[in-house]
Design a binder for this molecule. Structure first.
Ligand code: NAD
Length: 363
């Protein structure tokens, strides 16, 4: 089969789904690799780095692809694939009923890697994890840049500068990477999550676990949505605590649900002037009241930033991980050089949105 990728078209997207390393690996397995010219330029991979692959313009690549690997495929790209072709990437499956119906109607085999179960076997394909790690790292760098004070403690001839106090809300993959990054920069760091098992993970990074007395473990290793009473308890405990914090990075999410609102306007009003909030959940509506996706706003004395698509800001590293994830997943779909998805495999079954003309996933 021919495995293909075209330049990403969504605004600001600089990642690529096939890197030179992965192109070589696919060729080594006897697969054809067909790419749009200039594919990896924005990520730091010039065409010459790809070696022995075929090149074309987007239209011819899409028309010939047996499997299209993508970061965020556009509807226009999907519409140019042949019936029977596989589309693999971040397909934003939640609330996408109409788009999924179109995949089915066009006879595509569509796989949304966001739906991979978080099992040990799936780890090597887990794009949510690899890209969340990039996002968490970048979010903390953005916070450090926006903060009016140093992260580390400095003892100088001009006196001592106290370290910044950083709080990370949501200690999943992104949050833990944000904590690690803040620690490397020398800040005094606390982490908070509603899943009790995160305490040990936060502490293992040298940060303090903030215990607000609310525990809400859901299924599959994810959090569940808080009840109104739990939310009120969380907010009350948090409000007092935020008065002394210089920087907050929020990463809280519940799959398929709007981002939980954790920081209220009243809490912001109680914070130090010059404090910074970087809301990594901006895309899903934000963890902070007043977050504007893609913008930096001043609310009272606090700077609230809602950066979008943070992984695209470190496109080389993000693409290296993403492309490996996708290539590992593709191995599940290919038998003896042909596309042959095995639906007895839960990783295949759970990620499949459409196949053989049928819709296989409903959010
Ligand atoms: P996520 O992006 O869905 O959510 C981020 C964090 O926000 C989570 O830790 C969640 O508990 C937290 N959260 C949700 N609501 C909150 C609230 N109201 N207040 C505070 N925090 C809140 O999560 P994720 O980073 O994708 O990871 C979720 C889980 O999956 C973790 O247990 C992680 O260890 C696990 N995981 C497992 C694998 C694997 O085994 N293959 C891979 C990746 C992640």
């Amino acid at each position: 089969i021919t495995v293909a990728a075209v330049r990403e078209t969504s605004a600001g997207e600089r990642r690529v789904a096939i890197t030179p390393e992965i192109a070589r690996k696919l060729r080594g397995k006897g697969l054809g690799v067909l790419l749009e010219r200039g594919l990896g330029e924005a990520a730091g991979f010039p065409d010459a780095a790809y070696g022995d692959v075929e090149w074309g313009d987007a239209g011819s690549v899409l028309a010939r692809a047996d499997a299209l690997l993508a970061v965020q495929p556009s509807a226009a790209h999907a519409a140019q694939l042949r019936a029977g072709a596989a589309l693999i990437g971040q397909l934003r499956p939640y609330g996408a009923g109409e788009r999924v119906a179109q995949y089915a109607a066009r006879g595509l085999s569509a796989f949304a890697l966001e739906l991979l179960p978080r099992t040990t076997r799936a780890q090597a394909m887990d794009v949510l994890s690899s890209q969340a790690a990039v996002a968490g790292y970048r979010a903390m760098l953005i916070a450090a840049e926006a903060a009016p004070k140093f992260f580390p403690m400095l003892t100088t001839a001009a006196g001592t500068i106290r370290p910044a106090r950083v709080l990370v809300i949501g200690a999943g993959v992104a949050g833990l990477q944000a904590i690690a990054t803040a620690r490397r920069l020398g800040a005094q760091v606390e982490g908070y999550d509603v899943r009790p098992e995160t305490r040990e993970q936060v502490e293992s990074l040298g940060a303090k676990f903030l215990d607000l007395g609310v525990s809400a473990a859901g299924s599959g290793g994810y959090a569940r949505e808080l009840t109104a009473a739990e939310r009120a308890a969380q907010q009350q405990a948090l409000a007092d605590h935020l008065k002394n914090v210089d920087v907050i990075v929020t990463t809280a999410a519940v799959p398929g649900r709007p981002a939980p609102k954790i920081i209220s306007a009243a809490m912001l009003a109680g914070m130090k002037a010059g404090a910074v909030v970087v809301d990594l959940a901006a895309e899903g509506g934000g963890n902070c009241e007043g977050t504007r996706p893609g913008e930096r706003v001043r609310i009272g004395g606090v700077e609230v930033l809602g950066p979008l698509n943070l992984p695209a800001g470190a496109p080389l590293s993000a693409s290296e991980m993403y492309a490996r994830n996708l290539a590992n997943f593709l191995e599940l779909l290919v038998k003896d050089g042909a596309l042959a998805p095995d639906f007895a495999d839960e990783l295949v079954a759970k990620t499949c949105l459409a196949h053989g003309g049928e819709v296989r996933f409903r959010a």
